[in-house]
Design a protein around this ligand. Structure first.
Ligand SMILES: Nc1ncnc2c1ncn2[C@@H]1O[C@H](COP(=O)(O)OP(=O)(O)OP(=O)(O)O)[C@@H](O)[C@H]1O
Length: 428
């Protein structure tokens, strides 16, 4: 437990919130140098009997004042006797990414990489940030998951990320900073009216506040209610997924999915994709996925893709995956059977031991030349005393078409000798 040396709303609320967070081996205070995180760090540094405290500043190198901010953060930490770390990141935006999103992405990536198991990262998000986040989500047309806005804590890297000031109002932070004579830096990008969040912060929320003074607390309550609703939806999805599992692990049965009402189908699909750590599609893409998955002829090839993920249907099963790279055409790699061989486009590395264990033959002792390739069509192999067509065997085994093209085949001389992980051909 933390004892609070100084009374005051900020330390009291902070302690209450810390009590609701998981235990931390170390507390990492994310210090931007702005008012909010300066107050957070100062209040954390004042707690007694607390886990070790480390301040971490992420240097994005985007502003001409970035060096000055880092120096101000370091000076504050020296004054407070808190260990300071500065992480330099490359925040160049990727294609289609905004500079703010790129900076956030780089920031949390660097912070997560810095964390050790059991560390708790604390950021200084407060009630107004929560109100802004909820409104931004509403303006994007989000459902309960987005409208739940920011949770008190969530897993991050090998530890967790907590927001212990979520129930503190910005004026309380200002009062704390004044009372303790704290200095902070102003990020000029917080004034940029081109950014949606700044428009809300400086123009729209003040208007709402003038008419409804408790709007920040009210919006935070709405977010909490949405978080509860989302929790129930996630539970419903987990229950539904139990009854929807296809025969192959990780797949969903189309027939079972078809028996649910549409909103439950959408909810289950979102839960399934989330379970796999895949990005969720927008509503229109999800609808198109359901229409194609449930409506197409049983033998039709169904593939619905969006950035970062794709879902395919084969027979009664839906398969979700990260986008597959096209298999390299005409692949034919010579192999000595001894040196491990990474087969491009398959995710498989063939090793002598692996082939011996799985196929009971030594690839180094196969008749030369030994080559590794992928299916081109027309392959045959001897099994059970008969010559079989590989395509028919794969169909009979229920291997989906996109997997068939990514199975390494080992040829020995002019003969197909091994279908990796599936069959070992008999010698004629
Ligand atoms: N450069 C930084 N270094 C360390 N911590 C930072 C930095 N920038 C922001 N933070 C932490 O994140 C908190 C929120 O900052 P800010 O409101 O600027 O974030 P944002 O860009 O809106 O993104 P998000 O809310 O997703 O973090 C800050 O109070 C601080 O704790």
């Amino acid at each position: 437990m933390n004892r609070v040396p100084a009374s005051g709303e900020v330390p009291e609320r902070l302690c209450q919130a810390l009590g609701r967070l998981p235990p931390a081996r170390r507390r990492l205070a994310a210090l931007s140098g702005g008012l909010d995180s300066v107050v957070l760090l100062h209040a954390l540094a004042g707690l007694e009997c607390a886990p070790p405290l480390i301040a971490v500043h992420v240097h994005h190198g985007l502003s001409p004042r970035a060096e000055a901010w880092a120096a101000a953060c370091e000076a504050l930490c020296r004054r407070l006797g808190v260990t300071f770390h500065c992480l330099r990141v490359d925040a160049a935006p990727g294609r289609g990414e905004s500079p703010e999103a790129a900076a956030r992405h780089a920031r949390y990536g660097a912070l997560a990489a810095f964390m050790q198991p059991g560390d708790g990262l604390l950021t200084a998000h407060h009630r107004r940030d929560q109100a802004e986040t909820l409104l931004l989500q509403l303006l994007r047309g989000s459902g309960p998951a987005g409208l739940a806005a920011m949770p008190l804590w969530q897993p991050l890297g090998p530890g967790w990320h907590g927001r212990p000031l979520l129930e503190v109002d910005r004026p309380q932070l200002e009062a704390y900073a004044r009372a303790h004579g704290l200095d902070w830096v102003e990020d000029e990008s917080n004034q940029d009216p081109a950014l949606d969040r700044n428009r809300l912060r400086h123009e729209i929320l003040p208007l709402l506040r003038a008419r409804w003074p408790a709007v920040d607390a009210t919006l935070a309550r709405a977010a909490a209610l949405q978080a509860e609703a989302q929790d129930l939806l996630a539970e419903r999805a987990r229950e539904d997924l139990e009854t929807l599992r296809g025969e192959d692990p990780g797949t969903l049965s189309v027939a079972a999915l078809a028996r649910l009402r549409r909103p439950r189908q959408r909810n289950a699909l979102r839960g399934w994709l989330e379970e796999k750590g895949l990005p969720l599609p927008g509503r229109a893409r999800l609808e198109s996925l359901l229409q194609q998955a449930l409506g197409a002829a049983p033998d039709a090839a169904v593939r619905v893709a969006w950035p970062g993920a794709e879902v395919r249907r084969y027979r009664d099963a839906l398969h979700a995956m990260a986008p597959l790279a096209a298999p390299p055409p005409g692949l034919c790699l010579p192999w000595d059977g001894r040196t491990p061989l990474a087969v491009p486009g398959t995710g498989v590395t063939l090793t002598r031991d692996g082939v011996m264990r799985c196929h009971g033959l030594d690839p180094a002792a196969l008749p030369a030349p030994v080559t590794v390739g992928l299916r081109r069509g027309g392959e045959r192999l001897r099994l059970g005393g008969r010559t079989r067509v590989l395509k028919k065997l794969l169909q009979a085994r229920g291997i989906p078409p996109w997997e068939r093209e990514r199975i390494p085949l080992i040829h020995a001389g002019d003969r197909l000798a091994v279908v990796w992980g599936l069959w070992t051909a008999e010698r004629p």
